[in-house]
Design a protein around this ligand. Structure first.
Ligand SMILES: C[S@@+](CC[C@H](N)C(=O)[O-])C[C@H]1O[C@@H](n2cnc3c(N)ncnc32)[C@H](O)[C@@H]1O
Length: 346
């Protein structure tokens, strides 16, 4: 097979342009994620300027800091000024708003992309065949939810009295902490399967000084049994993890099981990103979609479509009282669910 390099396409046709930009985008995306973790974005947002090579005593390598800013300047997120300072560029506000998506992608899930060829071999897809940084996934998810989802939750919690809430896949526990802070009478339990997320959540609860209101448990939300501390729960929340209940039969079993483990739960507020049904297109695919769907394909986690979610609710005895689409994340939906009847043994 003749290489295109020996054909009509000379290097001048691709060393700049869309394919070259794709290469630089990867570097800029990594820099954005790093700039978030290192506090450089927050510093720029707060102060409006920063030193290109970092500040004395910050403990950061000057060349690495400069590389991060140079990559961000390529993406117009910062502008490098004569004299060695940096200020926010024309894309700064958008990049700052989207920082959670980049942190989730690069720091949380980046390893998956590096080893994609290994993950492609069926025989290697056994046991714990991939790694993610679940602390970064939890932090990224918190930032992703901040734009829109959290306000929706605050409204939903305010519309009906809540005494005890259990957050399934609580991640950093930020939602529980906020709810507990806003409603001192509410008690809460956060449940997460990841040791890293449980540590992060426990630290955050301790730091917020609300250990008397919130407890964190290390458990699999798909296998919860009735327990005294669950018996008075009236509200269940589950954000950006419902797809982990799937495939369909497992999801139906888990959703039914929740009614048994939480017999007094009157509402399940489930928010998740659904799988798109159109092929990705440069002019139409919004942020997150391609990354979210790729990451879950690499991990072998099924992501249901909106229609499949509705089927699962019908089959598991949950009435869907409302569906609220989100713009950020794109193709996200908050489902307001109530038990259709008394819980049945799955
Ligand atoms: C994308 S993060 C979302 C975190 C949080 N709900 C939020 O809104 O920011 C998904 C979380 O669900 C947790 N998780 C995944 N499967 C789970 C399961 N079967 N049981 C409990 N937690 C689970 C993960 O460890 C991770 O912390």
């Amino acid at each position: 097979m003749a290489s295109t390099l020996t054909g009509p396409l000379g290097p001048g046709a691709w060393t700049t342009g869309p394919v070259a930009d794709m290469f630089s985008s990867y570097v800029a995306a990594s820099a954005l994620s790093a700039a978030h973790e290192l506090g450089l974005l927050d510093q720029l947002a707060a102060d409006g300027s920063a030193a290109l090579r970092g500040s004395p005593g910050d403990g950061l390598d000057a060349n690495v800091v400069q590389h991060i800013y140079r990559a961000l300047s390529w993406a117009q997120i910062v502008v490098i000024e004569d004299g060695g300072s940096v200020k926010p560029g024309p894309q700064f506000d958008a990049a700052y708003a989207a920082r959670g998506y980049f942190y989730w992608l690069v720091r949380g899930c980046g390893q998956l992309f590096a080893v994609t060829p290994e993950l492609a071999w069926e025989q290697r897809r056994q046991g714990n065949f991939y790694e993610r940084d679940m602390r970064a996934v939890a932090v990224g998810s918190r930032l992703i939810g901040d734009a829109e989802v959290e306000r929706m939750f605050d409204k939903m919690i305010a519309t009906r009295p809540v005494r005890k809430v259990v957050d399934l896949g609580c991640g950093s526990a930020h939602r529980l902490i906020r709810i507990a802070h806003d409603h001192p009478g509410i008690r809460g339990i956060g449940i997460d399967i990841s040791g890293d997320a449980v540590r992060l959540a426990s630290e955050a609860v301790a730091e917020a000084g609300i250990g008397h209101q919130i407890s964190i448990r290390h458990a699999d939300a798909r296998r919860l049994e009735p327990a005294p501390e669950y018996s008075d729960t009236d509200t269940l929340t589950c954000v950006f993890m419902g797809h982990d209940f799937w495939p369909f039969t497992d999801c139906v079993r888990t959703l039914r099981g929740l009614q048994l483990a939480f017999p007094r739960a009157q509402r399940l507020l489930l928010c998740d990103v659904a799988r798109t049904t159109e092929p990705p297109r440069p002019d139409a695919t919004a942020i997150f979609t391609l990354g979210f769907e790729s990451v879950h394909a690499l991990m072998g986690v099924y992501v249901p479509t909106l229609a499949e979610w509705h089927e699962a609710f019908r089959a598991s005895g949950w009435n869907c009282e409302g569906v609220y689409p989100t713009e950020a994340p794109p193709n996200g939906f908050l489902f307001e669910l109530t038990p259709a009847g008394p819980a049945e043994t799955p």
